[in-house]
Write a protein that binds this ligand. Sequence first.
Ligand code: 5CA
Length: 436
Amino acid sequence: MRLSRYFLPILKETPKEAEIVSHRLMLRAGMIRQQSAGIYAWLPLGHRVLNKIQRIVEEEQNRSGAVQLLMPTIQSADLWRESGRYDAYGKEMLRIEDRHGRDMLFGPTNEEMVTDIFRSYVRSYKDLPLNLYHIQWKFRDEVRPRFGIMRGREFLMKDAYSFDLDKERATESYQRMFVAYLRTFSRMGLTAIPMKADTGPIGGDLSHEFIVLASTGESEVFLDKDILELPIPEENIDFNSDLSGIIDQWTTPYAATDEMHDEAAFEAVAEDKKVSARGIEVGHIFYFGTKYSEPMGAKVMTAEGKETPVHMGSYGIGVSRLLGAIIEACHDDNGIVWPKEVAPFHVGLINMKVGSECDEVCESLYGELEKAGVEVLFDDRKTSAGAKFASMDLIGLPYQLVVGPRGLKSGEVEVKDRATGEREMMTPEAAVNKLI
Ligand SMILES: Nc1ncnc2c1ncn2[C@@H]1O[C@H](COS(=O)(=O)NC(=O)[C@@H](N)CS)[C@@H](O)[C@H]1O
């Protein structure tokens, strides 16, 4: 992509309304623009990262056996009256009336709707287990949206819903999602720790939150440091095998949010292993049995010919919140330092002197890298080299490929690793080979 033909509204100053670093950097790097409280436009650079995050979430959901669909954002209030949550949900729910006077709402979550879909088609235990998921915008009229997209009112969530014959099998579905979450966040360069959590308005009696440690996190957490060293399940893990060993391994060391904190149990943790910190909740999974299937009549026929309500769970990931969480965990004084898997582009190509012999070398490098499938942001603008370096550091692409008159005198260009700061002079051919 040529920067001269892109849309990247970099801000020079730090916006005063931004209280945390990820909000500041997302505004300055031209990734988002607030349209109203808690509601953002996703500008091109932010949108590219959102798509990369979404793709990783989809890959790991699919690997676990979940099946993707897409449910609408606007829902009928009648469904929520069936489950009894229409009134209980309170002011966070954006309630709408359509032209025919029908009560509608902008969905804050989709338990009722997915249960309605399930009950319309599934009748037999032979069709279980089933896990349906989608990635869809949600609306929650947060009384105090803040920290940019971290606590928005309109936000993108992956929400999955599992359906099983009984609690034992529903626990296996829960374990599959637990393992999928460990893999998902790790692939984004995050250490997200599963912690016993409260179930809140979703309900149920088994729940874990996945927390990324960050000083600006809204959650207060307590944990045994050993949990930070546990191995992430491999790509080839068999999701149909018994995963309880992995769950036990990840739920044995002490880890709890402040709502679930047990001071006495924490006392048992060795002094040098105790960590109390703040964290960002990037995922939350729940088992809630027949809380929705009972009142909504989502039942299957068992092998013995008996009708029984299915046991369900729901599993959320804050897809848009993850941009903020990743930046909180991956930045330095010069800006964002994207993990390679979610970076908006792989290489920032900088022409230090437009209108010089650098032009031709840049064009050939740009062509070769693009042809090799490397995502390049080519800063071909007629601005100072200093401004180009500052912008490239701010938006945090993993590599910078710098073409300048002095280097070209000895037939060399410079490759900079944004994460380590290492710079290396080499021939253009060597640079292409290094960056492919
Ligand atoms: N206001 C918000 N802004 C951004 N992300 C949010 C917001 N509220 C929740 N999230 C993200 O969405 C995830 C799931 O939300 S939740 O309420 O915990 N769970 C559910 O809604 C269940 N239906 C899971 S399918 C959270 O872990 C968090 O990462």
